[in-house]
Design a binder for this molecule. Structure first.
Ligand code: 15L
Length: 273
């Protein structure tokens, strides 16, 4: 069984992914803070990836890395710099030093968030980040490209939409990425025999998609979900907007706001009294 390191394992995407991959891989799960729940067959290693020795320690002896660690929304520059830029460099460089060949880098729709919604984009468009967070994802894609070309590593960049079992608003009808489709794309990223440097969109097969995801389909991705079945109820729930910049662009409020809260945190378990 392959050993896969998941950094940032306690976040929403990490939590969905760990559940979906359980039993298929030996999971080494890492985060800055201790995890609330560690599943059977998981091994937890605490790490601050902004510290290179930590990155070196956790990447030793794994077959592939899913590097989720870092800020997952817009935030202050210092935080983005340490977690997403220094942290990403440390993980990629530590992987190289440890001889880990394959990295799956969950980049984001916010690397291209300033494309307009009436524009269909593919994996070859130049980046148009919508935030400091988006810029950090473009940095990660560029670093992945460097490590593929210069060191022969296998780098799989997934520009992730919104990971959730169902769309939470109208914008997310275009970028929904259900947990089972996420698991399928990640499995391709781990298993495909012919990865060098790839950019794919991490989204389900949404009718309202803004993406030409032919590069993912070429690699065998067959998403099972389409947000359209929730379209009517999602649109009916939507309150009238008032932010023309957000509404015109794919990145939505990331294009106009300075700070963003997590849009779809996992539901909190009810506390016992
Ligand atoms: C992202 O990149 C974030 O990580 C996630 O929390 C969502 O905000 C998502 O984009 C989105 O655009 O909905």
């Amino acid at each position: 069984m392959k050993t896969i390191l998941i950094t940032g394992a306690s976040g929403d995407v990490g939590t969905h992914l760990r559940r979906e991959l359980a039993g298929k891989y030996a999971l080494r799960v890492s985060d800055l803070r201790p995890l609330k729940k560690i599943n059977k067959e998981e091994k937890f290693v605490r790490a601050d990836i902004s510290k290179y020795p930590d990155a070196l320690r956790i990447t030793k002896g794994v077959d592939a890395i899913v590097h989720l660690g870092g800020y997952s929304v817009e935030g202050p520059w210092e935080g983005i710099l340490n977690a997403n830029i220094v942290g990403c460099y440390n993980v990629f460089e530590a992987a190289r030093r440890n001889g880990v060949k394959r990295i799956l880098f969950p980049t984001s729709n916010h690397a291209t968030g300033f494309y307009r919604r009436d524009h269909t984009i593919d994996h070859r468009v130049y980046p148009k980040p919508d935030s400091r967070y988006g810029v950090s994802k473009v940095f990660g894609e560029a670093l992945a490209s460097l490590y593929a070309d210069k060191y022969g590593m296998q780098m799989f960049c997934m520009r992730i939409g919104n990971v959730s079992p169902m769309p939470i608003d109208k914008r997310r009808l275009s970028i929904l990425f259900t947990p089972r489709d996420l698991a399928q794309l990640v499995t391709i990223g781990i298993e495909h025999p012919d990865i060098r440097f790839e950019i794919v969109y991490g989204v389900s097969k949404n009718k309202r998609s803004w993406y030409d995801n032919s590069n993912a389909y070429r690699l065998g991705y067959k998403p099972q979900d389409d947000s359209e079945k929730w379209a009517a109820e999602t649109i009916a729930r939507e309150k009238p907007g008032g932010d023309p910049v957000a509404e015109a662009h794919q990145g939505g409020v990331f294009c106009s706001a300075e700070e963003i809260s997590n849009p779809a945190p996992l539901p909190k378990k009810k506390r016992r009294k």
